[in-house]
Ligand binder design. Structure first.
Ligand SMILES: [Zn+2]
Ligand SMILES: [Zn+2]
Length: 78
């Protein structure tokens, strides 16, 4: 299954609203939670190949050759 491209802003907003609206947290608390969630989700999607470090959605089927110009990576490392 193909992952949608990672959208940090959308995720950030969703998390902030969730914690403020559903959990009743303050804006500051919700913002700091959102920051750590976005950071963690971004890390999961970044290729661990030192020469690559592009997102999984830059790789064919999220796991094969990286499509970023001039990148030699042929497999997504997680
Ligand atoms: Zn790459
Ligand atoms: Zn890669």
């Amino acid at each position: 299954m193909l992952e949608k491209p990672f959208n940090p802003d959308l995720l950030y907003n969703r998390v902030v609203h969730f914690y403020m609206d559903k959990k009743g947290y303050s804006k500051d608390t919700a913002n700091s939670i959102a920051q750590s969630v976005v950071k963690r989700e971004a890390q999961k999607r970044i290729c661990k190949n030192e020469k690559c470090k592009h997102f999984s959605h830059d790789h064919i089927r999220n796991s094969e050759t990286c499509l970023v110009e001039n990148c030699d990576c042929v497999k997504f490392y997680n």
